[in-house]
Design a protein around this ligand. Structure first.
Ligand code: GLN
Length: 487
């Protein structure tokens, strides 16, 4: 196995045993990037010089005989909506093309304390709006398993980077599936923590009541390590939770005996691609054989989740994006007066999808429509939350598909936004309810496209979904594969 194919845990052991230096890891990482990045295009910014300096410091520390953290010397990629002090953070938008944050997001600050090695900032759908990374203001990222297909989105750059062996772990954000769906399309593990588990301070806001930072890794253990480093209360984010943070590595036990796994009947419908359905069915059989109890459940308001999400998320987005006015932030396109300046800036610098959502959001919030759309959506959100609360009184975790199909072709859904939105049917309910979810690779289609299932947990019970994911993973070898076509 080549260095760039190894997990964080494996690299950590090699560093501790002095079989490899951090500098060797980083150099190997950039050699890999040089050979595949022209095809995959996962990054918007690469930070090679900084990475080599950081590696040097880790090596000096090891040479002094000091102990190192789980992430020390491990390559890390960060989605470009997570603020990194002194390093461009564009949200893949022309409006923030030259924005260099004067501060770090809390999540990046926290993970930096573990001394991972920042490789670069990853591509995404502009302002995290999308599910294919085609909405980037700069370029589309390709799926490393099939370069004619999308890597998913909006954190497609982070997922593709880990999948292609261009980074070992990565940070992403998930507002309606943007970690779990690209993880699934690219065959890596992705976790979206409970809303409030990870501070949103310094995460550029898309929809504030839904956004959550989370992790990508080649296996469950790696995402647990990253989650350990970014979780916890932050006084800079009033929605971050005061709950104590367990050591997620301790959840990695091989045991699902008597675990009650719920299968929501609304998630197993005819609309699911047959290869996806049969892979997930096999995963369910694996759990049965491992002693888990499979229970059919119902989440009766599932059908309303897409409409609810696509009112609430654009409403919050329209409000959050008001700040990009050409005056206080980012790019400016001049005009004869300030009104024209704002109009020109926003017309020229926002992409089509962002504009679409600003229009939907402002419409839903406008006088006369507020009660009919936005307020109604908030009420349905409560019903969706209650569905989960009721279900979790009978079961421990929910198992469901991540996406109805494997990765689709580049351009296939781009002209049909509604079809694109419908892809999110299995991922958005969990964000509306604020629950944690993990995407776990469970197979391939005949044409070698990755398939995953997702496990949904109770609020602040990431431990159970990590344990269940880990136990399943021990029976499989998908996590050993780095994007087949590129190796
Ligand atoms: N695809 C969803 C959307 O476009 C999810 C995006 C996300 O989670 N950031 O809103």
């Amino acid at each position: 196995m080549k260095l760039f194919e190894k997990s964080a845990a494996e690299l950590h052991d090699l560093l501790v045993e002095k079989k490899v230096s951090a500098r060797e890891i980083v150099e190997d990482q950039f050699t890999r990037i040089e050979s595949v990045e022209k095809d995959v295009q996962a990054f918007l910014t690469l930070t090679k010089d900084l990475a080599i300096d950081q590696a040097q410091k880790v090596d000096e520390k090891i040479a002094r005989g000091e102990s190192i953290s789980d992430l020390e010397g491990i390559p890390l990629a960060v989605k470009d909506n997570i603020c990194t002090k002194g390093i461009k953070t564009t949200c893949a938008s022309k409006i923030l093309e030259n924005f260099v944050p004067p501060y770090n997001s809390t999540a990046f600050d926290k993970i930096s304390a573990m001394n991972p090695i920042l490789i670069g900032k990853t591509n995404m759908d502009e302002f995290a709006m999308g599910g294919s990374t085609e909405n980037s203001g700069f370029h589309a990222t390709k799926n490393p398993w099939d370069l004619n297909r999308v890597p998913g989105g909006s954190s497609g750059g982070s997922a593709a980077a880990v999948s292609a062996g261009e980074s070992v772990v990565a940070l992403g954000s998930d507002t309606g599936g943007s970690i779990r769906q690209p993880a699934s399309f690219c065959g890596v593990v992705g976790i979206k923590p409970t809303y409030g588990r990870v501070s949103r301070y310094g995460l550029v806001a898309y929809a504030s009541s839904l956004d959550q930072i989370g992790a990508f890794g080649r296996n469950v253990s790696d995402v647990a390590i990253v989650l350990n480093s970014i979780s916890g209360h932050d006084s800079m984010d009033s929605t971050s939770a005061a709950n104590s943070v367990p050591d997620f590595k301790k959840s990695l036990r091989n045991d699902v005996k008597n675990l009650k796994i719920g299968l929501p009947k609304e998630y197993f419908t005819d609309g699911i691609d047959s290869e996806v359905a049969s892979s997930i069915q096999s995963a369910i059989e694996v759990y049965k054989n491992l002693g888990a109890e499979i229970v059919e459940i119902s989440l009766p308001h599932t059908d309303f989740a897409i409409s609810t999400y696509y009112l609430i998320a654009p409403a919050e987005a329209a409000t959050n994006l008001e700040r990009y006015d050409g005056v206080s932030y980012g790019a400016r396109v001049d005009g004869i007066d300030v009104v024209e300046l704002m109009k020109n800036t926003r017309t020229e610098k926002f992409g089509a999808e962002v504009k679409r959502r600003i229009l939907i959001g402002n419409y839903a919030l406008s006088a006369g429509y507020y009660d009919a759309y936005y307020l109604k959506a908030l009420k349905v959100r409560t019903l969706i939350q209650r569905d989960f609360t009721d279900a979790f009184s009978k079961i421990d975790v929910i198992l469901a598909p991540v996406s109805p199909t494997p990765a689709f072709k580049i351009g296939e859904l781009l002209d049909d936004p509604l079809k694109m939105y419908l892809q999110d049917i299995f991922t958005v309910p969990l964000n509306l309810a604020g629950l944690p979810g993990i995407s776990v690779p469970c197979g391939f289609t005949k044409s070698k496209l990755p398939i995953s299932f997702q496990l949904i947990g109770k609020a602040f019970d990431e431990e159970t979904i990590l344990r269940a994911a880990y136990t399943y993973e021990q029976t499989q070898n998908f996590h050993d594969l780095v994007a087949g076509g590129l190796s």
